[in-house]
Design a protein around this ligand. Structure first.
Ligand code: FES
Ligand SMILES: [Fe+2]
Length: 384
């Protein structure tokens, strides 16, 4: 393929109002977050039977648990009596296979959500206990990664699920990887600004000094060598700036570029591997496959101007058993990059409350943002 990726003309961005308007935010919750597959976490966060965690999607509280038979289940975390939350902690362990509401102690079977008992002295004749079970939520485990969907009708389809995809993800046995580190931050920006920042590298040289040294093409303010119309000619120059990938001698995203000899065989042997592979699924997850580990990032809007970003670092268990492997070398490097991005996103948010400007403008390198904006417009059915 010789075609370059960049836009050939500048195009208007989505309206700046979409980054703060409360009505628009509500619309996105209904039309996007209540209908798309939402990433929760790696299934190893729920290793033991009866362990559980909760997650809020829009304002909806969801409970995900491993029942006594070690099967993952997801329910609305809302009691059918008068609506109390059932598990109020972010995670924990049930005493047995029963969920008990902390308010008036209605109890439910953790395996199927059925109401077992109310706490009233008498069950009224017109009250049918079988009508008051917890509502089940669609759950999908994909390569060991848990996704949920608030809309029962939406099926998981691999086709069109991912914006960036690479078959290698299915060959790694990610379900067996260990979650070695977690990081979470509330960023003071609308969730879309985080995705936009993720989609371009115009910002890279001034925001990420270390990353641009590690990935030289980023220093050209490009995410891909094919952003340049002359990329074919330039690719003949023997330098990663023009050929893509990591700087010479580097193996992974880490401070010293080293993977400490711990390589994932399938990644090392994969064709055309240049140091990292992105897999993306809007609106809540991307992961990056490196030669020694995988980083999974989850994006969840909290309010119109606050976004929770969390990351999990996954490693093959052998790597973690090796005492010489310096996990901080990779973890702290990505935390630095994500913190730099967070700061840039917050600056972006501060400026959008400006009634004088209706939209921003997208430049040639921002073709991925254009794709994201087209997707957003389609999802909320505003085509222009
Ligand atoms: S709200 Fe749960 S038992 Fe009353
Ligand atoms: Fe960045």
């Amino acid at each position: 393929m010789s075609k370059f990726y960049s836009l050939t003309k500048s195009v208007n961005s989505i309206p700046l109002k979409w980054y703060y308007d409360l009505n628009h935010f509500e619309k996105e919750q209904l039309k996007i977050f209540n209908k798309e597959w939402i990433y929760v976490c790696h299934e190893n966060n729920l290793k033991e039977s009866l362990s559980y965690l909760t997650i809020k999607v829009s304002k909806v509280d969801i409970l995900i648990l491993k029942d006594k038979l070690n099967v993952l289940k997801a329910y609305l975390n809302t009691c059918r009596h008068r609506g109390s939350v059932i598990c109020s902690n972010q995670n924990g362990k049930l005493k047995n296979n029963i969920l008990i509401c902390p308010y008036h102690q209605w109890s439910y079977n953790a395996s199927d959500g059925k109401l077992l008992k109310t706490s009233s002295f008498k069950i009224p004749k017109n009250f049918k206990i079988s009508n008051y079970g917890l509502k089940k939520i669609n759950i999908k485990i994909w390569n060991g990664l848990i996704f949920i969907n608030l809309d029962k009708k939406i099926k998981w389809k691999i086709k069109n699920r991912f914006q960036d995809y690479n078959e290698i993800v299915n060959k790694l046995g990610i379900e067996k990887y260990e979650v070695a580190h977690r990081w979470k931050k509330i960023i003071k920006c609308n969730w879309k600004l985080f995705w936009e920042n993720y989609s371009e590298c115009l910002h890279c040289p001034n925001i990420h000094p270390d990353l641009t040294k590690l990935v030289p093409v980023y220093g050209r303010r490009m995410v891909d060598i094919k952003d340049d119309p002359n990329w074919k000619k330039l690719k003949k120059i023997d330098h990663p700036k023009f050929q893509g990938g990591l700087r010479k001698g580097a193996e992974t995203w880490s401070f010293d570029g080293s993977a400490h000899g711990k390589k994932i065989k399938e990644v090392e042997q994969s064709k055309n591997f240049q140091g990292f592979i992105y897999i993306t699924t809007w609106p809540t997850m991307f992961l990056v496959i490196f030669i020694d580990h995988i980083r999974v990032v989850r994006i969840l809007p909290k309010t119109n101007s606050e976004t929770e970003v969390s990351a999990e670092w996954l490693f093959p268990s052998d790597t973690l058993k090796d005492k010489n492997y310096k996990i901080k070398n990779v973890v702290d490097f990505s935390v630095k990059v994500m913190s730099e991005d967070s700061h840039a996103c917050e600056l972006n948010q501060q400026g959008v409350y400006n009634p004088a400007y209706k939209t921003g403008i997208l430049m040639p390198e921002e073709y991925e943002i254009k794709r994201f904006h087209d997707w957003l417009r389609k999802k909320i059915k505003i085509l222009k």
